[in-house]
Design a binder for this molecule. Structure first.
Ligand SMILES: N[C@@H](CCC(=O)N[C@@H](CS)C(=O)NCC(=O)O)C(=O)O
Length: 214
């Protein structure tokens, strides 16, 4: 059975939980990333030398990096499904996965860590405002893309929606005023109508408030 390592309310871990639920794949879960130092255990470091979750083990294959895991699961268990095999159609999906890693996640993590995970009396308000503005700009880019279709790569739900959609629940429930463009909200509702999103992404995260250690 596939093994899955990660803390269930960790951002990058939720991408993989969501994908596994979409594909109906059974797995054995290892709850790591919840206790200080557990990612430094030799057993875990052998799996991922970067000491980060998520990690999956499929037979004798170890895969780390959340978006790489999404691609692996799609290619192995859902050929030409949530990740098209045609190179052009695939590029329409993968550009949003790469954008998520290099842009959306960077801005969102700055906001989430700067505001939510920082004790209130230690927050840097200027840095938070900067991250909030960058997130707003990223959300407007998503809004523009959604003019072309119900999902990020067009009419069909794809792995791009998983990579980028995972942050929305947190973004809208941070307790900060944030951008709420119409198409983005409609997309969020479409994602929230999926059992897999509700079961794996819409999870409490208040244990992370003011917690600066993993
Ligand atoms: N680029 C990596 C980032 C992995 C990462 O930073 N994971 C965080 C959770 S979202 C982590 O392992 N944090 C340590 C912890 O949760 O204990 C990926 O996408 O998998």
């Amino acid at each position: 059975m596939l093994e899955f390592w990660g803390r269930k309310n960790a951002y990058n871990v939720q991408k993989v939980s969501w994908m596994l639920a979409e594909l109906g794949i059974d797995f054995r879960h290892h709850d790591v990333g919840s206790r200080p130092g557990d990612l430094d255990e030799p057993e875990f470091v052998r799996l991922n030398p970067h000491r980060r979750v998520p990690v999956i083990v499929d037979g004798d294959r170890v895969v780390w990096e959340s978006n790489t895991i999404l691609r692996y699961l799609a290619n192995r268990y859902d050929p030409d499904g949530l990740l098209p095999s045609d190179p052009w159609r695939r590029s329409l999906v993968e550009r949003w996965m790469d954008w998520e890693l290099t842009r959306l996640q960077v801005d969102f993590i700055d906001l989430f860590w700067g505001y939510y995970r920082q004790p209130a009396d230690e927050r840097d308000e200027t840095a938070i405002e900067d991250a909030r503005a960058r997130c707003g700009a990223a959300m407007r880019q998503l809004e523009r893309q959604l003019e072309a279709g119900d999902y990020l790569a067009g009419a069909r739900f794809s792995v791009a929606d998983i990579a980028c959609g995972v942050c929305l629940y947190r973004y809208f429930n941070l307790g900060l005023p944030v951008e709420t463009p119409d198409r983005l909200l409609d997309w969020y509702q479409r994602l929230g109508a999926r059992d897999a999103y509700r079961d794996t992404v819409m999870l409490p995260f208040d244990d992370l408030r003011g917690r600066t250690s993993f």
